[in-house]
Design a protein around this ligand. Structure first.
Ligand SMILES: [Zn+2]
Length: 471
């Protein structure tokens, strides 16, 4: 049964609209349904229905491919227009003039890899696009053009101003034409390692700028460009590449964290000076600092009481240092003198008091109100240390004047700790106690008493910090 309807194909490759115009004799009785399938696979790529075919008498297939850079793929498509007539003798369907049409799409070129990653989130970046100067980068274009893939021309330029434009190496193919382009980044070479270049007002001396490339593919008058930029992890790892030292993994770079008394802020700053140039870090320097500080306090308060409180004051040693060999040069440390006859609650080994017994004044060893003999005043007192330096990115390690290009500071397993004062204990003694404490945590040979980057004996008054590293 024919109900005398007609429709005409309207396919445009200029505005990428494929449409059907139809005219119905019995519009009010019919509904219209359009289906477009790929001829080769049978995949339905478009359907539309119109239950009030009075207006508009037109279907268009442009919703899916609206962008001027995105066209319906080339190919052969089967189209069917159905009329559903419902008011004759029940549902009745008529297929009107099924047709095949060829769609040629439009001229275009689109870079499908690597993806734009200008604003990556660290969590997803690695699966997005991560690269170093040692990475090969394979760019790929999709195209739809009445020409050849060999007509695609590539261009790679620096996107952040830090690179000389187009600094790439080993482009393949060398003429940079075709559907695929392989290349390696070629950033400027890092200058020789020059310790002591820090200028705190100039961030360039403390961290690097991300490598960033703009990759463009051109085909005829069409072009597409993707920009790839290193995220913070890549930027940090790139510093290790630039300095020719072992690169950390991406997963080893973590959020900065505190531990114990050493807060996240202690790790980031020393008073008045930011210490970290990035928001990520290697290792857990706060944990190492806390372990050393705990041992330092233990050494300060581990004297052994050899004469008990209540005893008559003898002119002899009452409290002896614990048998820890404090690593010092020449000067005994923590060998506290007896208080009698020159009591000093911080520098002698106990306080004494005078009591009357049988009408006579006698001096006896007394303890403090807390029952602790006085030289153990340190026990329970928590002496803090200052974390002067922890993780240093390689640029910063160079900038601060480290003479060790392979410094463990760059791997987050070295700390510089500074004494903040213990009453009655000299600076030399404190530094030697701290050095001993650090050696008990990380090993004898992994600790230095330093003035800047110059090592000295620990009892040298020029010492301004103790460096300790795990390796
Ligand atoms: Zn150090």
């Amino acid at each position: 049964m024919s109900i005398g309807n007609t429709f005409t194909t309207h396919a445009s490759t200029d505005n990428h609209v494929i449409g059907y115009k139809y005219s119905l004799l019995q519009r009010s009785l019919a509904s219209v349904y359009l289906e477009i399938k790929k001829s080769d696979t049978g995949e339905v790529v478009y359907t539309a229905s119109e239950w009030n075919p009075l207006s508009p008498p037109y279907f268009s297939w442009n919703g899916k491919y609206k962008s001027s850079d995105k066209c319906a793929p080339d190919g052969l498509y089967d189209t069917k227009l159905y009329l559903m007539v419902t008011e004759v003798t029940g549902p009745y369907a008529e297929t009107v003039e099924p047709q095949s049409i060829r769609i040629t799409g439009c001229d275009r070129v689109e870079i499908t890899a690597p993806p734009d990653n200008q604003d990556p989130l660290d969590a997803t970046f690695a699966t997005n696009f991560s690269f170093l100067s040692t990475s090969s980068i394979l760019a790929r274009a999709a195209y739809n053009f009445h020409g050849s893939a060999t007509d695609i021309a590539w261009e790679v330029t620096a996107a952040n101003g830090e690179l000389v434009s187009g600094r790439i190496r080993d482009a393949d193919p060398a003429d940079m034409r075709g559907q695929l382009l392989l290349f390696f980044p070629a950033p400027p070479e890092h200058p020789d390692y020059t310790p002591g270049t820090e200028n705190p007002s100039d961030i360039r001396y403390r961290r690097s700028t991300a490598l960033s490339y703009r990759i463009t593919a051109r085909l005829g008058n069409k072009s597409d460009a993707n920009t790839i930029t290193q995220d913070q992890k890549d930027t940090i790892i790139q510093e290790y590449v630039n300095h020719g030292i072992t690169e950390p993994t991406r997963t080893a770079l973590r959020e900065i964290q505190g531990f114990g008394d050493f807060t996240r802020d202690d790790v980031i700053n020393v008073p008045g000076s930011p210490r970290l140039a990035y928001s990520l870090i290697l290792g857990n320097p706060a944990q190492l600092a806390q372990a050393i500080q705990d041992e330092y306090n233990r050494l300060l308060s581990d004297d052994v009481q050899v004469v008990l409180p209540g005893s008559t004051v003898p002119n002899t040693v009452i409290v002896r240092p614990a048998p820890v060999n404090i690593n010092t040069i020449g000067t005994p440390v923590l060998d506290t003198p007896p208080c009698y006859p020159s009591p000093d609650i911080y520098s002698c080994d106990d306080t004494y008091g005078t009591i009357i017994e049988n009408g006579q004044e006698i001096d006896v060893i007394v303890d403090g109100g807390d029952g602790i003999a006085q030289t153990q005043v340190y026990r329970g007192t928590h002496f803090r240390l200052q974390l002067n330096s922890s993780w240093r990115n390689p640029e910063r390690n160079e900038a601060v004047g480290s003479t060790t290009p392979t410094s463990r500071h760059q791997y987050g397993d070295a700390v510089d700790l500074k004494i903040l004062g213990v009453p009655g204990v000299s600076k030399a003694e404190q530094n030697c106690i701290l050095k001993t404490a650090a050696q008990r945590i990380v090993g004898i040979s992994n600790v230095l008493a330093e003035e800047g980057s110059i090592p000295h004996p620990c009892n040298d008054n020029r010492v301004d910090h103790i460096h300790a590293e795990r390796n």
